[in-house]
Ligand binder design. Structure first.
Ligand code: NFA
Length: 102
């Protein structure tokens, strides 16, 4: 690194990069009103789950209160949460989606 031909040099890296991005779980929370089929659709549309995986996650949330949709870097997780919350609100469902640091 550094400006060539001007008698300067800059050490741009003294060791290999090892910093990994922090990861965040995106979670869906149970409620009494959002239709099961809507939750399955959300998991297919925003989290790339097939019907079988989406149904398994939806039933886990229904039975346990909370469940993991996926694990992402901060910006991707934030975007997923916003997309799900906007879509739920547009469809007048109280579905809640949150993120938590792993
Ligand atoms: N508990 C909701 C129902 O019985 C279904 C649901 C599942 C809602 C997962 C939110 C999350 N209609």
């Amino acid at each position: 690194g550094g400006a060539p031909g001007r008698g300067t040099a800059v050490i741009t890296r003294t060791r290999p990069k090892t910093k990994k991005p922090s990861l965040y779980r995106v979670l869906i929370l149970n409620d009494d009103y959002t239709p099961m089929e809507f939750v399955v659709h959300v998991l297919e549309r925003f989290f790339q789950k097939d019907r079988e995986a989406a149904t398994r996650i939806m039933l886990h949330v229904h039975n346990h209160g909370v469940g993991e949709c996926g694990v992402y870097t901060f910006e991707v997780a934030e975007t997923k949460v916003s997309q799900v919350m906007d879509f739920a609100r547009q469809n007048q469902h109280p579905l809640q989606c949150v993120m938590e640091k792993k």
